[in-house]
Design a protein around this ligand. Structure first.
Ligand SMILES: *Cc1c(COP(=O)(O)O)cnc(C)c1O
Length: 422
């Protein structure tokens, strides 16, 4: 199936007389006819359902759909993108370990990695996403357990050279995790370029309508966790009657371990109702992504012609620093998100934003409606000036997230913003 068809049909195939639409199974628990039957499910939880803290039939259908869209073997949804990032790292790293992350990643993720994980004894080593092979190799320590980056970084819009990062990670015997939130599997499938684990904030394009906060982790099933670096995968899990993930669940050890250990213990699983809403968004993801890219390219070109705009960052715009990487990894377009830097810094950025009428001023991105955000005073507020520079953020920077309104209406609104700047 092609991706438009997969968006509609993967994950759920009703049989005779069953609902056409994925049903909302709003139940915390699942019933069995005997104590033995319950015991059997505990022996092998992949056989059936136990409890909605870590699995649910509605969410299961959406997990299967997203795994198929990304070309992975299994997926697990989470209650937010933050939870997906957290669990993907904790599934590999314990206190005393380190991991490497591109410095341009999402501000919330930087905070999670640099502050909260540090308190848990896990060190994040930040690297420039444009680092050379050798610079990347040098960042590794003996205790480094994975590498993390974003396909298209939010909001710096750097494009990750996934093949390069995967090559070095694999040389060092660790998996590459890619946050594919902005690209979505419609524009890029990181697994095809060597990524081992793909995560998303489904709150963005996948949902697309700003109705649910969620995340997902996808397992490519390709990484060899028996290479000696991951004893938690190859030695018996005492918290789960001696299961050995690489032996007993060789098809998708990463996701089975994440679900049976971490989701069981943390319980950051989405409600069935949220998964139902996410699925409505996923059904139109492929058609929406094409239109976002078309609108964004026109708007990026418009911004480029304006004297009051110092810089336009849109990887698919000719001349962009990441144009060549964008052509390789996101040939259809680099999503609907554009970063602009307004001349006159922070003050003019705020004047521009406050004059917009159609575009919403809100803490969101990748929505069906055009929205704008000033990263330096919102999502990246917690970062030090040094971290802001490393994350590619400037005081005059505005993240402009093109919606699916008619592009002429969006441009007319931008004109109002430009007129408000002296
Ligand atoms: C928003 C976002 C996150 C965090 O996701 P939430 O669903 O808001 O928790 C992570 N990564 C990227 C790239 C994001 O844009």
């Amino acid at each position: 199936m092609k991706i438009e068809t997969q968006c509609l049909h993967e994950g759920y195939t009703p049989k005779n007389g069953e609902p056409r639409v994925v049903p909302i199974v709003q139940s915390t628990t699942y019933v069995y006819d005997s104590t033995k039957a319950v015991g059997d499910v505990f022996d092998d939880p992949t056989l059936s359902l136990i409890y909605s803290r870590f699995e649910n039939p509605t969410t299961d259908a959406i997990e299967k759909k997203i795994a198929a869209l990304e070309g992975g073997v299994a997926a697990m949804c989470t209650s937010s993108g933050q939870a997906a990032s957290l669990i993907s790292i904790l599934n590999l790293c314990s206190a005393g370990d380190s991991f490497i992350a591109a410095s341009t990643i999402y501000g919330g993720t930087i905070n999670l990695f640099a502050v909260t994980l540090k308190k848990l004894g896990i060190e994040c080593i930040f690297v420039n996403p444009d680092a050379s092979d050798d610079e990347l190799r040098k960042a590794f320590k003996p205790n480094t357990k994975c590498v993390f980056g974003e396909t298209i970084a939010n909001p710096a819009l750097t494009v990750l050279d996934i093949e390069k990062f995967a090559k070095i990670a694999h040389e060092k015997g660790v998996p590459l995790i890619v946050d594919n939130t902005f690209a979505t599997p419609v524009l890029c499938r990181p697994i095809e370029w060597g990524a081992d684990i793909v995560i998303h904030s489904t709150s963005k394009y996948m949902d697309g309508h700003a109705v649910q906060v969620g995340g997902v982790i996808v397992d490519s099933g390709k990484f060899d966790f028996t290479n000696g670096n991951f004893p938690d995968f190859t030695e018996p899990d005492e918290s789960y009657h001696g299961v050995v993930y690489t032996r007993d669940y060789a098809f998708a050890p990463f996701i089975v371990k994440a679900r049976m250990q971490l989701m069981r213990d943390f319980g950051c699983y989405p409600a069935a109702n949220s998964s139902f809403l996410l699925n409505l968004g996923l059904e139109t993801l492929a058609v929406r992504m094409k239109q976002y890219c078309e609108n964004a390219l026109k708007i990026a070109k418009f911004f480029k012609e304006q004297d009051k705009i110092e810089e336009v960052i849109y990887p698919s715009l000719e001349g962009d620093k990441y144009y060549e990487l964008a052509k390789k990894y996101v040939p259809m377009g680099s999503s609907g998100v554009i970063s602009i830097v307004v001349k006159g810094g922070r003050d003019n950025a705020i004047k521009f934003m406050d004059a917009l009428e159609l575009a919403s001023n809100e803490v969101h991105v990748a929505d069906i409606r055009t929205c704008v955000l000033h990263p330096a005073s919102a999502t990246h507020r917690q970062l030090t000036d040094e971290q802001l520079v490393a994350a590619g953020i400037n005081g005059g920077m505005i993240r402009f997230s093109c919606g699916l309104e008619n592009v002429d209406d969006i441009i007319a609104d931008i004109q109002k913003g430009l007129d408000a700047i002296d």
